[in-house]
Design a protein around this ligand. Sequence first.
Ligand code: HEC
Length: 165
Amino acid sequence: MAVGKKSWAAALFTAGAVAALAVGAAMLWNAGRGTVPSVRLRPDDAAVTALGQKVYAAQCAACHGARLEGQPNWRARGPDGRLPAPPHDASGHTWHHPDELLFRITKLGLAKAANLASFGSSMPAYEGVLTDAEILAVLSWIKAQWPPSIRAKHDEMNRSSSPQR
Ligand code: HEC
């Protein structure tokens, strides 16, 4: 069967389009695998914390408390074996974790952030709900609420923590 110039061109075009689609699909697939960019919270950036405050009120306050106070008896597991939501203020342990881990917990949920197959936790994963910028903003706002001494300790921990990947 003779193949005319035109159909070769069409075939090449099709191959190109298929390749482009494959690249696009691979990118989407990677994006969907919960990759986490290198992050640094920005508690001193007013535009970032203003967005973060809104995100917190809409997405986090119901469990972690409007004043970051957490749920009552947050250290004791409930009848379902799950822990209540801890406070995000200085009395909790959020500030014991470096930026990148906080980001991973919020984006991926505790199980994936800790590389566990499953982990009975009521903490939702926000991947697909919040953008990376919104997650960074809400965590930056939380950090902005900590007293200066706690913020300084957290800065120090970020400096000494090795990359989490
Ligand atoms: C449905 C309730 C719920 C909502 C909504 C929720 N969380 Fe949580 N979160 C939890 C619970 C429960 C835990 C503790 C989970 C565990 O240890 O099993 C937790 C834990 C965390 C931790 C780890 C804290 C630590 O000290 O280890 C971070 C960080 C966190 N949440 C951030 C957020 C952010 C940011 C939002 C809003 C974008 C949010 N959470 C919304 C329930 C919730």
